[in-house]
Ligand binder design. Structure first.
Ligand SMILES: Nc1nc2c(ncn2[C@@H]2O[C@H](COP(=O)(O)OP(=O)(O)OP(=O)(O)O)[C@@H](O)[C@H]2O)c(=O)[nH]1
Ligand SMILES: [Mg+2]
Length: 400
């Protein structure tokens, strides 16, 4: 199973950003009009791309919007850049000015792959000189496009070209690592321990559990899902040894005592960190826990403020476990949501991030980038819990 990739569509007002999303998705999801500034807040539309899987298109407000409100919209459009896997930059009438160049620079700064599209080519065709200039100076190739072609076949064909370009760019620049990649194969048995207690969300499973079950099915493996209480009986009676046991990090302690040492065991939070590309940083971060001293300040980053159990883990459990393990007293700051990252990161000796299951890989990476760049150890909730409960080495073994 591939992950949901996010694609942002940018450009000046009235270039046809909303029209392009409607044309690709074949639906009228975004309002289109000839009044500049029609799209105000980012609009999201999910669709399946054959050969790639699910994607979310994000329509944004024009980057050249002005006035007080306009500036706010531009800020929002720019914020989208940090959350996506691919950008589509639309321009028309062969105009490449400070707005397009500014966007190109932002994409490059973020190491974000992007596609440049000359839209409304039915009104003004793309000038080969402009295309050549972009190719030579910026290394960018431009796709000539239109959302309003009279010939249905021709329209279909340009949409197909754009779609294949999207697939190619996403595959070459951001190969998706699924949650169980390299861990289980066809017919392997994987046991997933999912406590359904007061901290579990009402009537559903959390996202990493759902992803793992789906990925096991995609791999034609056998997924056994049970609660901690059922684990002992299951292990005792089962003759086929599981290839892997995965547990919610809250149950690490109990599960590690119940599952024999010769069966690999890890946690959903570790799998999530691995699929989000942060695992190596977290491993380094956890190793630095033993250097923490009394009085150190630790930043807890929560990215899904709605989840009450995450709240409790970050504010109560982790501080308690960590101080006990280190035999030291730390001060903790908790920051929730995505916006309010502290300015003075250097005052922290460590950053501990929640699993980040509700945000995209890029959002999570962007959130941790300042700390990683500053050389501050980073880790996530699950790996810190594994460390504090003494099963860290066992939990990372299947993944290294
Ligand atoms: N002829 C022609 N018209 C187009 C094309 N794409 C969009 N339009 C028209 O251009 C106008 C602006 O299109 P939108 O899709 O609303 O543009 P936008 O970039 O989303 O604009 P804002 O939301 O205001 O930033 C509408 O009247 C569209 O019908 C195209 O390829 N050819
Ligand atoms: Mg629009």
């Amino acid at each position: 199973m591939s992950k949901v990739r996010h694609i942002g569509v940018f450009g000046k007002r009235n270039t046809g950003k909303s029209s392009l999303i409607n044309t690709i998705t074949g639906q009228n999801v975004a309002i289109v009009s000839d009044i500049p500034g029609t799209t105000t807040d980012p609009v999201r539309k999910r669709m399946e791309i054959f050969g790639l899987g699910p994607v979310v298109f994000i329509d944004t407000a024009g980057i050249d919007d002005d006035g007080k409100l306009g500036e706010k919209r531009v800020e929002k459009s720019k914020a989208v850049i940090k959350t996506i896997d691919l950008a589509i930059l639309i321009f028309t009438n062969n105009q490449v000015d400070k707005y397009e160049r500014g966007l190109i620079q932002s994409f490059k700064d973020e190491e974000l792959p992007f596609i440049m599209v000359h839209n409304q080519s039915d009104i003004v065709a793309m000038d080969p000189e402009v295309a050549l200039d972009l190719a030579e100076k910026e290394g960018i190739s431009v796709l000539e496009f239109s959302c309003s072609l009279l010939d249905e076949e021709e329209q279909k064909s340009v949409v197909e070209t754009l779609t294949s370009l999207i697939i190619a760019r996403l595959q070459e620049c951001a190969p998706a690592k699924t949650i169980l990649e390299g861990l289980v194969e066809k017919d392997d048995k994987i046991v997933m321990v999912c406590p359904v207690d007061s901290e579990a969300p009402e009537g559903r499973l959390i996202l990493p559990q759902v992803n793992a079950i789906r990925d096991a099915l995609d791999r034609e493996a056998v997924a056994v899902v049970l609660q901690p209480d059922a684990l002992e009986n299951y292990i005792r009676n089962e003759t086929v040894k599981p290839k892997l046991v995965v547990t919610d990090s809250q149950a690490f302690d109990f599960v590690s005592k119940t599952v024999p040492e010769d069966i690999p065991l890890t946690g959903f939070s570790l799998l999530l960190a691995r699929s989000k590309g942060l695992f190596p940083y977290y491993v380094k971060g956890v190793e630095a826990i033993s250097n923490l001293k009394s009085g150190d300040r630790i930043l807890i980053l929560e990215s899904c403020t709605h989840h009450s159990s995450c709240d409790d883990i970050g504010r109560v459990k982790i501080p308690r476990l960590l101080q006990k393990k280190c035999g030291a007293e730390f001060s903790f700051d908790v920051v929730g949501g995505l916006d309010s990252f502290p300015d003075n990161i250097m005052k922290y000796s460590m950053v501990i991030q929640c699993g980040g299951c509700m945000i995209t890989d890029r959002q999570l990476q962007a959130r941790l980038k300042p700390a990683i760049k500053a050389g501050i150890p980073v880790a996530n909730y699950g790996m810190v819990i594994a460390y504090c409960t003494g099963i860290y080495q066992r939990a990372i073994n299947p993944l290294i």
